[in-house]
Design a protein around this ligand. Structure first.
Ligand code: UT7
Length: 316
């Protein structure tokens, strides 16, 4: 005779309650990065839309930045640290004193005892982790989840690499996700294409190397495709959207995707990359935090190394 285990009941849905961001103190203009790579402010703006980015100082480590962004998100949601049941950190740049960042972030927040884990899906890490948070809440494994994207891209980028030095920046963004009676996080559409992983990888020294034009071509085809599928799965069309918040990789990728989706002028399109550069897994929550007044459905799309991609519609 088998024994029937008791299951923990879950919640009907989950939703994003608030967002917070941490931007490192040092703002670095195009002239500074261009000086090392035989480039110019004009070229960088034209090919990427980027005007400046933030570079983290030695005291702005992943834990510090992640906890600062999470504290703002918790304050925005009116949630105390003792009410947090899980801390998820999406990152591709952790090289610190611990094997994972999330337990140290939980401790810093005063949420010791919460489940804490890192999640790696590179620049698609935030929507991957958001789908995980939603599943944990709906499945009953977690109540309130703090989800953070945090990167120190300057630790892995070669400042003399013409293809990457100007593109990336540092920072953290966080959201609080809580149980809800209705669906506030739509079905995720996600996947990966490991056969193409050479296009964006760490070399033997741990430095990020990117085949820029190839990644650009892949991104401009995968982003509208998964975006359309995420809209379909959520039962919406592009005209229902209030905001479009893709991974902030390059303004040209965002603009091309917005055009391919036929987004109308009422849709707020995230352009955080202009002043923040590409902050990896942090870019989507940072861009969300930069759209405080937006209410209604927002389409999130992450893409990057792996090559991994993920999209979902969230109700803000
Ligand atoms: O977050 C993860 C996902 N990452 C991405 O989505 C990034 C995708 N890729 C990109 O955003 C673009 O490929 C870059 C912005 C990185 C580069 O722009 P591009 O238009 O693809 O440049 P390119 O590498 O095709 O080079 C075009 C030209 C070349 O000159 P010629 O051969 O046409 O004379 C390059 O030598 O621009 C030259 N070039 C530069 N010039 C000034 C390449 N890099 C630079 C530079 N400054 N930094």
């Amino acid at each position: 005779m088998g024994t029937t285990l008791r299951c923990r009941p879950g919640h009907p849905g989950s939703r994003i309650l608030s967002a917070g961001t941490y931007r490192p103190r040092a703002e670095v203009g195009n002239e500074t990065v261009a000086a090392l790579i035989d480039s110019s402010d004009e070229w960088i703006r034209r090919r990427s839309g980027i005007a400046s980015r933030r570079h983290a100082g030695p005291d702005e480590d992943l834990v510090t930045m992640a906890a600062a962004a999470a504290s703002k998100a918790l304050a925005g949601a009116g949630v105390g640290p003792h009410d947090v049941s899980a801390v998820l950190v999406a990152t591709m740049t952790h090289r610190g004193r611990s094997t994972t960042v999330a337990p140290l972030v939980a401790e810093t927040l005063g949420a010791a005892g919460a489940a804490a884990m890192d999640l790696g899906a590179a620049c698609a890490g935030f929507p991957y982790a958001l789908a995980t948070a939603d599943a944990l809440i709906r499945g009953g494994a977690a109540g309130t989840v703090v989800l953070i994207g945090a990167e120190r891209m300057t630790d892995v980028v070669d400042p003399r690499d013409r293809g990457t030095a100007f593109l990336f920046g540092d920072g953290a963004g966080a959201v609080v996700v809580g149980p809800a009676e209705t669906c506030g996080i739509g079905p995720v559409v996600w996947g990966a294409d490991g056969a193409k992983s050479e296009m964006l990888r760490y070399d033997e020294t741990g430095t990020l190397r990117m085949q820029g034009p190839e990644v650009f071509r892949w991104a401009t085809s995968i982003v509208p495709e998964v975006a359309r599928r995420a809209l379909d799965e959520a039962g919406l069309t592009a005209s229902d959207l209030a905001a479009f918040v893709p991974h902030q990789a390059n303004l040209r990728i965002t603009t091309a995707a917005a055009r391919a989706l036929g987004l109308g002028p009422h849709v707020r399109v995230a352009t955080d990359v202009v002043t923040n550069g590409n902050t990896g897994a942090a870019s989507i929550p940072q861009a969300l935090a930069a759209l405080p007044g937006v209410k209604g459905p927002a389409l999130l799309v992450g893409f990057g190394a792996g090559l991994a991609y993920a999209a979902q519609v969230v109700d803000l």
